[in-house]
Design a binder for this molecule. Structure first.
Ligand code: MG
Length: 159
């Protein structure tokens, strides 16, 4: 049976941080702040897959109080989530995500993001959707204070 999950995440933009989205380091004046590399896109995808399995969110698996995850690349989180899917005898069918960022422009990096996500999930990159939109200069995203991502995942489970 196919199970759908939803994920949402947001991180604050800060000076002196790398901007990592979908495992791609993107040149920008600011980066996302967080305990790990703060890859908001991978975090949303992780939560979508965990949600499809009825599991707790990524913060339970990787607490931001655990020094092991300090500056950790979030592909490790996605890899662990993929392992959880196999524990459930499941299979990720597809994931789809939208980044919401006022800047920088992300379109040039989307193919690489899809490949990075697909690699950790052992999926064909065509089963990974990554889109981007601005927030039309409205609210905290529109003011460039942070970047958000939302994602859905479809996971086939034995029951
Ligand atoms: Mg996060």
């Amino acid at each position: 049976m196919n199970h759908i999950g939803i994920g949402y995440d947001v991180h604050r933009l800060a000076e002196g941080r790398k901007l990592v989205l979908g495992g791609v380091e993107i040149p920008h004046s600011k980066g996302l702040d967080g305990h790990s590399d703060a890859d908001v896109l991978m975090h949303a995808v992780c939560d979508a897959i965990l949600g499809a399995m009825g599991e707790k969110d990524i913060g339970h698996l990787f607490p931001n109080t655990d020094p092991r995850w300090h500056n950790a690349p979030s592909r490790l989180f996605l890899k662990e989530v993929a392992r959880q899917v196999s524990f459930h005898d499941g299979r990720v069918i597809n994931v789809d995500a939208t980044l919401i960022a006022e800047e920088p422009k992300i379109s040039a990096y989307i193919a690489a993001m899809k490949e990075n996500i697909a690699r950790e999930l052992d999926l064909n990159p065509r089963r990974v959707g990554v889109k981007a939109t601005t927030n039309e200069q409205i609210g905290f995203i529109g003011r460039g204070e942070g970047i958000a991502a939302m994602a859905v995942a479809c996971v086939e489970l034995p029951k």
